[in-house]
Design a protein around this ligand. Structure first.
Ligand SMILES: Cc1cc2nc3c(=O)[nH]c(=O)nc-3n(C[C@H](O)[C@H](O)[C@H](O)COP(=O)(O)OP(=O)(O)OC[C@H]3O[C@@H](n4cnc5c(N)ncnc54)[C@H](O)[C@@H]3O)c2cc1C
Length: 494
């Protein structure tokens, strides 16, 4: 194929992966990123010698990332040092703590101690969910840009494994009788900002993937992956323009012809790839009346993920706490209902705490740690007030919760610096539609052909990558979205 001039809007994981693959295939790649660094939600915040991942901290399916580097003729391990986590994380409930591990014997030991009678469930979970994963993964790797693709072999084969009409929580009931144990295998619904009681059963592949393949940390934080991708793009002759916000996609006769930057510069392109958050892009990146199906009015009617309240703390000591810990609300089901259905903040909240400095001393000054806290919250559909006073009140509640429910009893006395991101800041400063940190929801009606398509259905020569398109939010699927769109460019942009 003749080599093309391709402009990518945004240097998040989706844009960087697409840039790496397209540059390796010989295309002229120019990425325009509005921020001063690459990575988007997968960038780092650096403050007083501490380095915090803004968003992703769990790296699943590392083989997918390896494949993306291989697509670019590179070896991941030459750019990033991966550290497998065993146990993977700690799940802390009011009355017990479970530390899931890929070691099935050790996992079963914990189950039999805490939930006697449920021991046989783990083997059944592995056996059944492997079949689901084997059937579904090929569907996640392919594109659904035409309706015909809905009748393609992989999807037809996977249909019986989708357990349509059932929720993630329902399916885990096939393996485990105790609700708290089922929560330990379904809280992963939060990775896509959903409730385990509503999340489609097909997502049972998420706990299966963790329990069968494990998870990794990247030395220096997961933002190192974005930095590594940017390096590869440079090595392959691609360009990344930082501090370069795109004002709009230029469209002539229904086809993208390039982009206009906010400084007025017009950059011509054969194809435009959009990595900016989908909802935000539809609302801001096209002239009025260009977009019909995904117009700003129609966008609000769609379902979105929850948002998150983030606290990044520089601390002058290192705590002997797990790398990843999830502190569950005393009544988790009510907490999830508050977030997803009632749109209110729970006093009885769940908090995820990452204490990476114990394992990885590179992210903080010696003897210090860079702590990361994430509280799932409602998104901005109902516009909760996040003024300075409510931000401070909620911040204090989160810190109190963490001090009460972990061994970090003196945490408030050791904070040297901090940064907070609220849902309204995700929306206004980080350009996420409704502050939905995990994008458009993953309901059956917003997946595959029904999700915004990789070959964008409304404008020619325009492609989507990132969490808002198929296959969906989460690093491995975002990497796949970039490979799918790169392949579509090869196929359609002759
Ligand atoms: C708090 C949090 C925790 C997460 N944890 C995990 C996890 O543990 N594991 C996991 O797999 N996933 C996780 N995710 C989900 C997902 O992997 C990340 O959100 C990921 O960064 C999304 O990548 P993306 O490419 O879709 O978009 P983004 O990372 O948002 O990148 C989009 C880029 O486009 C840029 N942009 C937007 N508008 C313009 C414009 N007009 N001009 C130029 N540039 C523009 C943005 O600045 C940004 O750099 C998490 C997400 C969040 C928010």
């Amino acid at each position: 194929m003749a080599k093309k001039n391709i402009v990518i809007i945004g240097a998040g994981p989706g844009g960087l992966t697409a840039g790496m693959i397209l540059a390796a295939r010989g295309h002229k790649v120019s990425i325009y990123e509005k921020e001063s660094k690459v990575g988007g939600r997968n960038a780092a915040i650096e403050m007083n010698g501490y380095k915090f991942d803004i968003g992703p901290t769990f790296l699943m399916m590392t083989f997918v990332l390896r494949e993306m580097f291989a697509e670019a003729g590179r070896k991941l391990e030459d750019y990033c040092k991966l550290i497998p986590l065993e146990p993977m994380y700690s799940l802390s409930f009011k009355n017990f703590e479970l530390c899931p591990t890929t070691d099935k014997a050790k996992m079963n030991e914990q189950i039999s101690k805490l939930f006697p009678g449920n021991e046989n469930g783990l083997a059944k979970f592995h056996e059944k969910e492997k079949l689901r994963y084997d059937a579904m993964y090929p569907c996640l790797k392919k594109d659904y840009s035409t309706f015909k693709e809905m009748f393609s072999k992989p999807l037809i084969k996977a249909l019986p494994k989708l357990s349509l009409g059932r929720s993630l929580m329902d399916v885990l009931g096939d393996y485990f009788t105790e609700e708290e144990l089922r929560i330990c295998f379904t809280f992963q619904a939060k990775y896509i900002g959903m409730s385990p009681w509503e999340c489609p059963a097909a997502f049972a592949i998420m706990p299966y993937i963790e329990h069968s393949m494990g998870i990794d940390h990247v030395e220096g934080g997961l933002s190192k992956i974005s930095e590594a991708m940017a390096k590869v793009i440079g090595e392959l002759g691609g360009e990344i323009h930082l501090n370069s916000p795109v004002k709009k996609v230029c469209v002539e006769k229904g086809n993208a012809t390039g982009v206009e930057l906010t400084d007025g510069q017009i950059v011509k392109a054969d194809s435009v790839v959009i990595n900016a958050d989908f909802g935000h892009a539809m609302k801001t990146l096209f002239d009025k009346n260009v977009i019909k199906k995904w117009s700003p009015e129609k966008l609000r009617d769609k379902k979105y993920s929850c948002s998150t309240f983030m606290i990044y703390l520089g601390v002058d000591k290192i705590y002997d706490e797990p790398h990843h810990k999830i502190v569950f609300a005393n009544d988790y089901k009510e907490n999830v209902k508050d977030i997803i259905n009632r749109s209110r903040l729970s006093d009885d909240m769940s908090v995820y705490v990452r204490n990476a400095s114990k394992l990885d001393p590179t992210i903080a000054p010696p003897g210090h740690s860079a702590l990361y806290m994430l509280v799932p919250t409602p998104n901005m559909r109902n516009e909760l007030p996040w003024d300075e006073a409510s931000k401070k009140t909620f911040r204090d509640k989160v810190i109190k919760r963490v001090m009460e429910r972990t061994s970090m009893k003196d945490l408030d006395k050791h904070i040297t610096c901090e940064k907070i991101i609220t849902p309204v800041e995700w929306q206004n400063e980080r350009s996420l539609f409704l502050g939905a940190t995990f994008n458009l929801g993953h309901t059956i009606t917003q997946m595959l052909y029904l999700r915004p398509r990789n070959k964008f259905e409304e404008v020619g020569h325009c492609y989507l990558v990132g969490g808002g398109t198929h296959p969906g939010s989460g690093l491995p699927t975002i990497y796949e979205s970039a490979r799918i769109s790169a392949d579509l460019i090869e196929r359609f942009e002759k």
